[in-house]
Design a binder for this molecule. Structure first.
Ligand code: AMP
Length: 229
């Protein structure tokens, strides 16, 4: 499948596999992963104004205000739209509130870019805390590993670029608990928001990584009518 027409929203609690699957879908289809968390963390690292506004919300496991996020995403989505080939993207971690979802609808309507699907990564609550507190992240590209379930070949080192892995500051137990509560309160209502659109597809977020990717590709092929090579 070419990237043409692959415009996805990945929805689900922290630790359900959105980032891992976004990277897998990007590799398989060429559609670009846009991770709001990765963009925000880069801004925090670089000390930009955006990073300064976002930092305290992120450290507390809450959400960065909608106006900040929507402004940031308008800029991001203008980039693939301006490119000469087919506009395609995988939104990983956006929208996270009903306000963000309606801003996205308005933006995509203006750009005449309908979504292909909203993939909801279903996951029971209890494994998510273990998944997140055992997670190791490559801060350069957002790729993640897990100390037990998906370890790198050498502890603390990324398999691909050979650089160091870190534990995210918000992957500590207490912040994880707050992030899950934030998801329930602010983001879960998006399941009802998208339920009536025909876009929503449930994915088993707790299956093995390759099995989840196979399920996702099956959904995309059915929606686009084109088999992925
Ligand atoms: P993530 O890497 O997706 O887990 O995001 C890390 C943190 O960045 C979240 O806990 C939020 O504080 C912030 N964040 C990421 N995406 C959004 C969003 N769409 N709206 C508000 N805050 C966000």
């Amino acid at each position: 499948m070419s990237a043409s027409g692959v415009r996805l929203v990945l929805l689900g609690p922290p630790g359900a596999g959105k980032g891992t699957q976004a990277k897998a879908i990007e590799e398989r289809t060429g559609a670009r992963q846009i991770s709001t968390g990765d963009i925000l963390r880069e801004n925090v690292r670089n000390g930009t104004d955006l990073g300064k506004r976002a930092r305290s919300f992120m450290e507390a496991g809450g959400l960065v205000p909608d106006d900040v996020i929507v402004g940031m995403m308008e800029g991001e989505l203008a980039a693939p739209v301006g490119a000469s080939d087919a506009p395609s993207f995988i939104l990983d971690g956006f929208p996270r509130t009903v306000g963000q979802a309606s801003a996205l609808d308005a933006l995509l309507a203006r750009l005449k870019l309908p979504l292909t699907a909203v993939l909801l990564f279903d996951a029971d609550r209890s494994p998510l805390v273990d998944r997140l507190t055992g997670r190791w992240t490559n801060p350069r590209n957002g790729r993640t590993y897990h100390a037990t379930f998906n370890p790198p070949k050498v502890a603390g080192v990324d398999d691909e670029d050979g650089g160091p892995l870190v534990q995210r500051h918000d992957d500590t137990h207490d912040v994880v608990v707050d992030r899950l509560a934030t998801y329930d309160e602010k983001t879960k209502p998006l399941v009802a928001y998208y339920a009536g659109t025909g876009l929503l597809a449930h994915i088993d977020g707790l299956a093995a990584i390759d099995a989840v990717t196979t399920e996702v590709i099956g959904v995309l092929d059915a929606r686009t009518g084109t088999p992925t090579p």
